[in-house]
Ligand binder design. Structure first.
Ligand code: UDP
Length: 239
């Protein structure tokens, strides 16, 4: 069930891109740094579930542009998120925090199947739960899965980490000098402005179900620990 009063249950979305430290594959130092921050937040009482992306390995849309069938390319993308999940599990457990990986694609040797009620029990026991393989369905993104998992496990908020950007901007700050960062905005505004920093489907799911979202950058020192502990960094997107 939902956590008791005062307990913060959050769903953290980690973009796969950062796991590779800018390259294809996994950079153990980067993953270890993320794991330490997660462990710190759990020790301080937060219940933490995580959805990991896979952009450091494969993106289905990119593979399909180069001639692969889209669905198969998306399954390859999902398998990449499982590799990231196992790497993250390893480093979080080295911090002394029990961790379970639940995969949306059955692979019993390395992960439990996705069982939401069981995931909630793990959280209540102080375990970190990492959701791998996205939704298990092609044509979805891990941002959308993060919103869905957050809703199903009754998280208080979904925390969307991004690499290379520290919040939601009025336009793409890399190409538009007039872009300004929002401290907060509504889901309706984000959708109306067509902001791409988070998928529209994720904004829509949160809007329909009144689930707050925080979009923040991974780059700042200790940013993951800060946002997990409830500090207001980045942009709050709300109903
Ligand atoms: N993917 C999918 N269904 C899902 C989640 C992910 O098909 O439910 C595939 C999709 O091809 C995507 C890839 O897995 O490009 C990696 O996920 P994503 O691009 O969301 O990772 P991130 O950008 O967060 O690193």
């Amino acid at each position: 069930g939902a956590p008791g009063p005062g307990v913060r249950r959050v769903l953290l979305k980690l973009s796969g891109e950062v796991f590779g430290g800018g390259k294809i594959g996994i950079d153990p130092d980067v993953v270890n740094g993320i794991a330490r921050q997660v462990a710190q937040a759990v020790r301080e009482g937060a219940q933490v579930a995580i959805v990991v992306g896979g952009g450091n390995f494969f993106r289905g849309a990119e593979l399909s542009q180069r001639g692969m069938e889209r669905s198969r390319a998306d399954y390859i993308g999902m398998l990449g998120t499982v590799m990231n999940s196992l790497a993250l599990q390893d480093f979080i457990e080295k911090q002394g925090i029990d961790t379970r990986v639940q995969s949306a694609i059955t692979m019993g040797q390395v992960a439990e199947p996705y069982i939401p009620r069981r995931a909630m029990r793990h959280l209540e026991k102080g375990r970190v739960v990492i959701f791998g393989a996205g939704a298990g369905m092609p044509y979805f993104s891990t941002d959308t899965v993060a919103a869905q998992r957050a809703l199903e496990i009754k998280a208080d908020a979904v925390l969307m980490s991004k690499s290379g950007v520290d919040g939601v901007y009025s336009a793409d700050p890399r190409t538009d000098a007039s872009a300004r960062r929002f401290d907060d905005l509504t889901f309706a505004e984000a959708l109306r402005l067509g902001l791409k920093v988070v998928d529209a489907a994720a904004f829509a799911l949160c809007m329909e179900n009144n689930l707050p979202m925080i979009v923040f950058g991974m780059e700042g020192e200790g940013n993951i620990a800060r946002v997990l502990q409830g500090e207001r960094i980045g942009t709050l997107v709300h109903g």
